[in-house]
Design a protein around this ligand. Structure first.
Ligand SMILES: *[C@@H]1O[C@H](CO)[C@@H](O)[C@H](O)[C@H]1NC(C)=O
Ligand SMILES: *[C@@H]1O[C@H](CO)[C@@H](O)[C@H](O)[C@H]1NC(C)=O
Ligand SMILES: *[C@@H]1O[C@H](CO)[C@@H](O)[C@H](O)[C@H]1NC(C)=O
Ligand SMILES: *[C@@H]1O[C@H](CO)[C@@H](O)[C@H](O)[C@H]1NC(C)=O
Ligand SMILES: *[C@@H]1O[C@H](CO)[C@@H](O)[C@H](O)[C@H]1NC(C)=O
Length: 398
């Protein structure tokens, strides 16, 4: 007598084996395809050595490209950019971090097959470690992170021997920033890749942009809160000192100056305008005038510090820095003028009173009643001009 447990396990085994081995669970076409693919796989990789490159290297580097008409075409390696997203810009370090979606494509003639012999199978998907692949190498970057799992990379091979794979990269590039017109600046940065060891005589690099990301609608999605992407181009360069090519993607990003307008330019304009009025207030005593002036100077210095944290320490003073320094000088001038006006009045007025001419009488009146107001108007005008110059730059750059 068999016991129930035994019955049960026989039952289970038969169910499981039914799913694993019973071919009639598959469509007939599927079985046919899988069998053909199995055959293709074993034919293709029979004797294939994935540690040896297919790059044709019997080329004399001293002769011009293509001198040997019988030699095969150069090995070509294409980088196809699907998407790029700006993650952050660290201005003091001149570091720009991006996430890229890139597809690599190359030809390996050893992996070509006759599709008709395998019932028209055109594409084969295999693990990347099974095939030889060129290593993607970035050039002049801080840091590059391949976000794929090393063990589970897949390539597609088509019957002409074209191998494709895609990858997500996070890279930090060094990008010299020109902050002369900060915060209305645009920056241009390049992301470069190369295939080291294989000089230009052996390989040719290509770059391509996905059509869908070659217009400004698509670029508007690639920036971050502070920066807008305004251009994206691709090209191939030749390394200055030698025989290597650089697959180059160039981005242009423009800073969104709103933050600086609202947080720095507008408040400093208001504070400046009010404190100039405060400094020249008729009734106020000298000490409180000085107080207003000095508080304003401190505020400007503080704002200058906020700005300084956001820019690389280059030799040139950025536009916003000049604006704030001018504001600072306006306030210093206001304080200095009030102090001196008092002195001048003390020294000059008694002398003017002694002379009895018409001119000195007029001068006395101006000094007595109008001097403060004239100085105030002059300084307010300079402050307004300073403000409108920066607004003008904003309008011109947007
Ligand atoms: C395979 O499965 C079909 C139904 O899905 C069934 O009729 C047939 O008996 C099974 N054959 C075997 C060998 O298990
Ligand atoms: C790359 O090489 C393959 C095989 O040699 C060739 O068929 C293909 O046209 C080449 N591609 C380019 C863009 O030159
Ligand atoms: C491989 O990438 C190229 C772009 O470089 C593309 O045109 C082609 O369709 C891709 N092939 C496959 C099989 O995905
Ligand atoms: C720009 O690309 C987007 C897709 O990213 C597309 O929807 C849009 O039609 C394109 N615009 C133009 C003018 O080509
Ligand atoms: C993008 O840059 C390229 C090369 O510098 C230039 O030819 C093109 O006009 C620029 N496109 C835009 C929209 O600025």
């Amino acid at each position: 007598m068999l016991n129930p447990t035994c019955y049960f396990s026989v039952f289970l085994v038969s169910i499981v084996s039914c799913f694993y081995e019973n071919n009639s669970n598959y469509e007939p076409k599927w079985i046919y395809f899988l069998n053909n693919q199995k055959k293709l796989m074993s034919d293709l990789f029979d004797g294939y050595d994935n540690s040896v490159s297919p790059v044709y290297s019997q080329v004399d580097p001293s002769k011009p490209l293509g001198y040997d008409l019988e030699a095969p075409k150069r090995f070509n390696y294409t980088l196809f950019l699907y998407f790029v997203k700006l993650v952050e810009v660290v201005e003091p370090e001149e570091k720009v971090t991006l996430v890229l979606e890139i597809s690599e494509a190359w030809f390996d003639p050893r992996l070509a097959w006759e599709a008709n012999s395998y019932n028209g199978i055109n594409t084969l998907y295999v693990r990347q470690e099974k095939v030889w692949s060129p290593t993607l190498n970035s050039y002049k970057v801080n840091d590059m992170n391949d976000l794929r799992d090393q063990d589970f990379r897949i390539v597609s091979i088509d019957s002409s021997g074209r191998v494709n794979t895609t990858t997500s990269l996070r890279m930090s590039i060094n990008c010299p920033l020109n902050v002369a017109v900060f915060p209305f600046d645009s920056q241009t940065c390049v992301m470069q890749f190369t295939m080291p060891l294989f000089p230009i005589h052996f390989v040719e690099l290509h770059t391509e942009l996905f059509d869908g990301i070659a217009n400004s609608t698509a670029w508007s999605l690639m920036g971050n809160a502070e920066w807008d992407m305004i251009n994206l181009t691709n090209r191939v360069e030749i390394l200055a000192y030698g025989d290597y090519q650089l697959a180059t993607f160039e981005i242009t990003i423009r800073r969104n100056p709103m933050y600086y307008i609202y947080m720095i330019v507008l408040p400093s304009f208001i504070i400046n305008t009010l404190s100039i009025i405060g400094v020249f207030m008729r009734k106020a005593d000298r000490m409180s005038k000085l107080n207003v002036g000095l508080t304003n100077i401190m505020t400007m210095t503080f704002i200058l510090g906020v700005m300084a944290d956001k820019i690389p320490k280059t030799g040139s003073i950025p536009l916003l820095g000049i604006h704030i320094v001018v504001n600072l000088f306006i306030t210093v001038a206001a304080v200095a003028v009030t102090v001196f006006i008092e002195k001048i009045k003390k020294v000059v007025l008694p002398r003017l009173r002694k002379r009895k001419g018409l001119w000195s009488y007029k001068l006395e009146g101006i000094l007595e009643d109008w001097m403060d107001i004239i100085c105030m108007i002059v300084l307010e005008t300079i402050s307004c001009v300073n403000f409108f110059i920066i607004i003008g730059f904003w309008i011109a750059n947007s």
